[in-house]
Design a protein around this ligand. Sequence first.
Ligand code: SF4
Length: 728
Amino acid sequence: MTERIVMQVVQETGEIVETPLTEEDLKLTWNKSVCPYCGVGCGVLVGSRDGRVLKVRGDSNHPANFGLLCGKGATLPQMVHTPDRLRYPLMRSSREAEFQRTSWETALDRIASQWRRIIQDHGPDAVAFYVSGQLLTEDYYVVNKLAKGFLGTNNVDSNSRLCMASAVSGYVTSLGADAPPGCYADIELADCFLLIGTNTAACHPVTFERIRRRKLRAPTRVKVIVVDPRKTRTADIADSYLAIRPGTDVALLNAMLHVLMREELLDEPFIQRHTTGCKPLQAILDRYTPEYASNLCGIPADEIQKAARLFGCAKAAMSFWSMGLNQSTHGTAKNNCVINLHLATGQIGRAGAGPFSLTGQPNAMGGRETGGLAHLLPGHRFVAEEQDRREVEALWGLPPGRIAPQPGLSAVELFKALAEGRVKSVWVLCTNPMVSMPNLSLAEEALEKAELVIVNDIYHPTETTQLADVILPAAQWSERDGTLTNSERCISYMEQAIVPPEEALPDWKIICRFAQVFGVGQAFPFQSTEEIYEEYKLLTRGRDLDISGVTYERLKRGSLQWPCPSPSHRSTMRRYTDGRFAHPDGKARFLAHEYESPAELPDEQFPFILTTGRVRDQWHTMTRTGKIPVLMKKEPEPFVELHPDDATRLGIDEGNRVRVLSRRGQAQAKSRITQAIKPGTCFMPFHWGSLWGAAVVNHTTIEAFDPLSKQPELKFCAVRLEKVGGDR
Ligand code: SF4
């Protein structure tokens, strides 16, 4: 260890704090890994001694971050050794009983015998897995193989459904295949950034820092457009900030394309050669003048024009988005409309250009690759496609027809089915739906009704383990190895640095052990993650995400971007560079969408729009980041952001407790009064669950979802605000 710097952490202001290497650091063992929080996928080096993780530093060789970390990544060691760490399987005989320590044998026997009975009495679709974009690729693969191949149910859905599903359906419908075409290195080559529906500064801080540096180095040449109903720190670097009315993105994007067409800023040769569907789109766009969109979006027409021109005149334009577009009943349409802009201007498949969805979770992409949503099979295959099922069955040694042809239940559908008693048991891995699901009362009813709830986690209690019958202790980050794929299709290998505590096991091992007990162990002979990876790889051969050339040996030397079809292939920074897209005819699709309103509009009874999101120093449901004092310091509790005009009207002062009520439930938090949010809109972060004594915001959100992506509308519902103890 000869490098001078042990850690570089980017602060909220963009300042970089460097912590020098100490004598003590030289005595640590350092292992390569990846930050397990967001989809930026920053490479980290993990410093450990005597079985304890003591330090991390950014991996200066990793292409996602080149050594930089944000505050969450920099404090990773503090979440590893905690008093609530799960060390043994726990079980209870009834929901009223206390949890007791049990053996792995007893716990797995109970699950196997109860699942056998449920499947016998009600069929295989009466059981389900609810997994997570935080699982590693190998975990995802064995869960899918077990459920879809050997239990006979496609009921495997992931919390990625809440996060990325609309981006997936957007890419697949527009370009023919999932995943962003470009890479992070394009940031340093782009001269225009459209950041829409993303608070990148808070949610993807290291990627934002790259964008910010790019802007600061060429402030007049590089243009930044930020579209968000809240003026967040992301907008600090904007040349054009568009304070959009929530949910109206399709109208804005259509109007931007209208301007590009009217002002002849299109790449006609690209459109002719590489796309279809431009004519029908034109017919719809005629109506979307900036003035027409202005009425819908609440953005002045000249600002829409300015933004369109910035995008249309760019030499290389990138767009970034995340939940702000995806968590919508029209999430797929919004994704298609962003991609339309890129197709119309030829801003795709070349250096510095392209649409780029920012993944919320570290391995949402890897999960999709292995078939980790209810409609998918490994290798970007689809449950509903007969040929796809036959190929997977052949590799898994199953007779044709074994994999059910109907997609399983998506996240919201699954929790509804549990509440209605159609699904009897759910196995939750590595996530905390009792904070993150929309309409939490429905989700709570689902787990209360279920005959058997199994949860793999690293801590107890969480809001979800509290409702379980069986809790299985999982090995966590730094305690096991495996691979993940970040937002830019980049596969990284995470080394094991320390041994898991007591009886904790990696999720893949728990599933393989269960398969043995269930009587299908012959298909799960895996002794290592590498063996699983080698089998999974076979299902990618010849596919768009072919990773036949990726081996653990290569990954240990450095990350690789798929496709990487042969051992000599150097991995793929950009897709579609030859203008051939993944649809069978090789052409990308312009997809026309009219603006449609969200599922639930404000009315007299519930006059505000509630939008939910994240704060910079917390991750997901705070099971990890909530244990770290320095991360709790900035935002120690949830808050309700509202505009001063609304606050005055309601008699609410800064710091008053405010009740947020919807048709489904209520939440409470202190008010934060700010000009940064549009009047008529309020915002709450979603991180805080009931264990924090908080009235959880997702009790108010709506479970309505996009019909294609099935991603719920967590960004928009109608609420009423009341000052707690107030007389208005
Ligand atoms: S939370 Fe995201 S941006 Fe921060 S260090 Fe981890 S991967 Fe990087």
